[in-house]
Ligand binder design. Structure first.
Ligand code: CTP
Length: 414
């Protein structure tokens, strides 16, 4: 949390609003982590139904889920008096089925089409996309039977999330740990995007964060960009079904599941990475705050303090403009972070850099710009009236930008 003025007054994003998700929970020591998954899905705006196997409810009781989610919670096929075909009802109205954690036994049942409890019957009854997050001991996970079952599921279009390497219930470290709840939720968003998102089948390249230009091995010339706007754009593109690559200077936040991340430091490294990854993309979104100038020479050793009369003088040289030099059939989106003459400066950059869209923001206005969770921007496109958006969470700004990108791509395809 940055504590910036807009942060607590602007509604948090609800990327799963309007979605109904069945969370299937199976018998694994990791079942307690499904509480957090359920909570995160609910916070993201989804209506969450929870279907537990009888074994799961020994680890994570239905009662607790009832306090976390607003949908149906059931661990019993036989006491669903109000709806004797609950699995059919759950499956039919689901937008996605997420089984997390998925035990080896449940994975085997799913592969074979066996339905003998609420999650596995729902899996048979639904036509919604399915994601499965395995959690088990590493020896079990490595077993050829489990691997073959996972391959069967993958071939059927099921998304497999994780598992991760880490400490297991046995106390040993190995591959079998349930993926982090933020990643499981990120994967569910990607699953839904790939199913019906406006950018499915598209490839989006996003840059994020401020570049660092070396003065010597320990010092750099930098700027205040946090990378948040770029991360939000990567998320929003992923949520619309795009394959997303992010070239950024900061470590990505949790939950950026499915996004390929390349870390860079300087403007030149970012330029090289963008040039290498530009092939075949549908959109380039330059949210990074790229240095316009860098030290003409970086000292090989740390510069030593040599007294007030010997203060070093930095000679700077211009960097190459990455977005201006990038040409191709893709949509080009730039950002204009300004402290004065916002629209005039942004309009100049729009045409000078050959952009299809520019996102102009006054980095001095309350709740906007560097480090904030929120942003107030104006969108400018060639030949169109500027469109000022209200102060929004950066994810919602990203959604508005991606909706414009999707519309542009669709218009081009016509
Ligand atoms: N940009 C870029 N390569 C650079 C500098 C900027 O690709 N070397 C991109 C930014 O990522 C952004 C857009 O150009 O999308 C505008 O960046 P900004 O810093 O606002 O504009 P500049 O052209 O650098 O102009 P000024 O600093 O004078 O405002």
């Amino acid at each position: 949390m940055s504590g910036a003025p807009g942060d607590d007054t602007v509604a948090p994003p609800r990327p799963l609003a309007g979605r109904r998700i069945v969370l299937g929970v199976t018998g694994s020591i990791a079942a307690y982590r499904a509480f957090e998954i359920a909570r995160r899905l609910q916070e993201a705006g989804a209506t969450v139904d929870v279907a537990l196997t009888p074994n799961a409810s020994r680890f994570a009781p239905a009662f607790t889920f009832r306090n976390l989610v607003g949908g149906v919670v059931s661990d019993d096929l036989w006491t669903t008096a109000e709806d004797p075909e609950l699995h059919v009802a759950l499956g039919r109205r689901a937008d996605a089925l997420l089984i997390a954690p998925a035990s080896a036994t449940t994975i085997a049942k799913l592969a074979q089409g066996i339905g003998d409890n609420l999650p596995t019957l729902t899996a048979l009854a639904t036509r919604a996309p399915v994601a499965v997050a395995p959690a088990m001991d590493s020896a079990m996970f490595a077993h050829p039977a489990v691997q073959a079952n996972l391959e069967t599921l993958k071939a059927r279009g099921v998304m497999i999330v994780g598992p991760e390497r880490g400490r297991l219930a046995s106390g040993q470290v190995g591959l079998g740990r349930l993926s982090e709840p933020a990643d499981v939720v990120g994967a569910t968003r990607a699953l839904l995007g790939r199913h019906d998102g406006a950018l499915r089948g598209r490839h989006v390249l996003v840059t994020a964060g401020g570049t660092r230009e070396a003065i010597d091995p320990v010092r750099y010339v930098g700027n205040r960009s946090s990378g948040r706007m770029g991360f939000a754009l990567a998320e929003a593109a992923r949520d619309r079904g795009a394959a997303v690559t992010l070239v950024g200077t900061q470590a990505p936040p949790p939950g950026l599941y499915g996004v390929i991340v390349e870390r860079v430091e300087s403007a030149e490294e970012m330029r090289t990475a963008v040039a290498r990854r530009r092939e075949g993309i549908d959109a380039l979104i330059m949210a990074a705050a790229v240095a316009d100038y860098r030290p003409a020479e970086a000292a090989a050793e740390k510069i030593k303090k040599a007294g007030a009369d010997a203060a070093p003088v930095l000679t700077l040289e211009q960097t190459t403009d990455i977005v201006a030099e990038a040409s191709g059939r893709f949509i080009k989106v730039g950002f204009a972070a300004e402290t004065e003459d916002l629209l005039a400066n942004a309009a100049k950059k729009l045409s000078a850099k050959g952009l299809d869209l520019i996102v102009a923001n006054d980095v001095r206005s309350e709740g906007s710009g560097f480090g904030s969770e929120t942003n107030q921007v104006t969108l400018l496109a060639p030949g169109e009236e500027p469109a000022a958006l209200p102060l929004l969470h950066k994810y919602d700004v990203a959604c508005a930008v991606l909706d414009r990108v999707a519309a542009c791509l669709e218009a081009r395809a016509r």
